[in-house]
Ligand binder design. Sequence first.
Ligand code: GAP
Length: 459
Amino acid sequence: MSKKENKNDLMEKIVSLCKRRGFIFPGSEIYGGLANSWSYGPYGTELKNNIKKLWWKKFVQDRDDVVGIDGPIILHPKLWEASGHTAGFNDAMVDCKSCQSRFRADHLVEQATGDDLEGKLEAMTTVLRDKKVPCPNCKKSDWTEVRNFNMMFKTNMNGIAEDIYLRPETAGAIFIEFKNIMDSMRVKLPFGVAQIGKAFRNEIVTGNFIFRVREFEQMEIEYFINPKAKWENLFEEWLVLQEEFVAELGADKKNVRRREHAKEKLSHYSKKTVDIEYNFPFGFGELFGLAHRGNFDLTQHSKFSQEKLEYFDQEKNQRFIPHVIEPTFGVERSILVALLSAYHEETVNDGMRVVMKFPKNLAPIQVAIFPLLKNKPELVAKAKVIFDGLKNSFICEFDDNGNVGKRYRRQDEIGTPYCVTVDFDSLEDGMATVRDRDDMKQERVAIVDLKSYFENKFS
Ligand code: GAP
């Protein structure tokens, strides 16, 4: 099997495991599904929450220069005019006249010629027609003109005449709270404002499981700095922190790289933009991004809102609009990296085992507790006592279905680092068997010591 087939195979295995084991289900499945939408099942929800918790702790709670907010999804429509999204948040789209399929025109052109004609609509139309680029779906070549398509989801709101949009990124909600943060918190430059939340983009083409979807979550920080500060050092520090976070998802360093955007492709206000890319089964793709956005956003929101969005430097008695460095992280892509990195197949005595070797703090279940037999009330009662003793400190699951071997296989597939089994000896000697997910070794541990034993394991 070629390397490429192997990698596609891996994605298929992940999608199938996610459905089979309650991580991620196809959205609206009983109604025939809804174009690449996904629903998080019980273990997927735990994994997602653990990733968000890890991010929030690392970038908000553990830092004295970052504060967090939770802004609305529906925001004033003027915000999107000010940020440039109403006019410019476009992708180039083209329709096949023969089968009515819709595509990203820039992607078709790049695949056919290797040229990047982003933003050049006429040139893209010419290439598609002159080179008779075939439709990936029906193989004919009969294209409409290439035109811009605005990716914001439009809706309406009682009492408001203008169109309302679901936010296409979380950043906007941060910028418009700049003044409130300045007035209510004692922040001093440099400082960041962080947010985790939903974003919506009416992508022309979605796919690669949860890599490109229309409803997703972002974890973003606007890190405000003095325009005279040495931004290059701070930029590098943020890149290192982003790479650290990829490692904390369980990723192997060799699958991660930086890609700096070419100077001529940068927006007029940006000094530098770098993507952190991951080697997904379909090739390297953007995982996170880091952009120097100058004072563009605060200046625009100041202009459109007529509010002064300035920082007052008391020591120097100066007012100015800060610059901003924006580290942005996608939750779905983080989950995908955690799933891909965790997936292992191993040959064991009784065949092959699939084991998700998540970092222990990300595992959906941290400790599973079993009575050896489900029809022995004394074993069940003891296992329940252990569950109650551990549940406030760890994410626990009580499992008495099937035989112990099957329970281990199931817990391996959902990535549970430790399983505790109560057997008949436990009733006599007060010990239980702890089995380690990664090396499958088992040891007897006194039930009274289990909490401190796991505290050590998870520290
Ligand atoms: N505020 C900057 C911003 O939104 P972006 O590169 O457009 O930048 C940031 O998006 C991150 O959001 C990406 O690095 C990616 O992880 C995630 N993301 C963007 N579009 C996505 C989509 N359609 N599906 C899943 N994740 C997406």
